[in-house]
Design a protein. Structure first.
Lengths: 113, 114
């Protein structure tokens, strides 16, 4: 079946602009995660959804970052007033339940000029 | 809070050499452990996982890992690497309870020379 998909695959934006990153999880997966992979860094947890609710937002680096999930499926990560340090690969993962293995999407490579 | 340490950030091996990548974690509770691999230009893929049972776990492509609870380690091994194993390898840990946040190590880049 189809895996996790993310769009766009690449995004170049100017400092100060807002961006929206989209994640389509594997059908039926109730848990969804956002991570960030910066150059030379490991994967940094951002936020976790169980259904449409986000019990853990502890990883969001600032209030410029927000995320939502609708219909227990698609999720959108929004970064407002982007900064150059936001440049990274943003990865989405989903799992059948919160106890199951997470499967990753291909990521969105964000470059803020 | 849980954390993961990967000791080797960049490893270069010749084909047919044996591989061992170190991974140590810190967490006081029961954990699930993973190794993910990212081949050049591709996205993260699960290589193998440990949830419970036999601490020696076999994954795809001849990889295996051993969970040693007393050492808080989950080292990845392969007896004979191939050029196609060139990739970045990430060790990860999650609390087996709770909300399942996964903590990743910084990754190890493996380069296999033909």
């Amino acid at each position: 079946g189809a895996g996790v998909s993310q769009s766009p695959s690449n995004k170049v934006t100017e400092k100060g602009k807002d961006v929206e990153l989209r994640c389509d999880p594997i059908s039926g997966h109730t848990a969804l995660y956002w991570y960030r992979q910066s150059l030379g860094q490991g994967l940094e947890f951002l936020i976790y959804f169980q259904g449409n609710s986000a019990p853990d937002k502890s990883g969001l680096p600032s209030d410029r970052f927000s995320a939502e999930r609708t219909g227990g499926s698609v999720s959108t990560l929004t970064i407002q007033r982007t900064q150059q340090e936001d440049s990274a690969v943003y990865l989405c993962a989903s799992s059948l339940t919160r106890q199951e293995t997470q499967y990753f999407g291909p990521g969105t490579r964000l470059l803020v000029l | 809070a849980q954390s993961v340490s990967q000791h080797n950030h960049h490893v270069i091996l010749s084909e047919a050499a044996s591989l061992e990548l170190g991974c140590n974690y810190s967490y006081g509770g029961t954990v699930n452990l993973f190794w993910y691999v990212q081949y050049p230009g591709q996205h993260l893929q699960l290589l193998l996982k440990y949830f419970s049972g036999d601490p020696l776990v076999k994954g795809i492509k001849g990889f295996e890992a051993e969970f040693i609870k007393s050492k808080f380690s989950f080292n990845l091994r392969k007896p004979s690497v191939q050029w196609s194993d060139t990739a970045e390898y990430f060790c990860a840990v999650k609390d087996s309870g709770g909300y399942q946040k996964v903590t990743f190590g910084i990754g190890t880049k493996l380069q296999v020379i033909p």
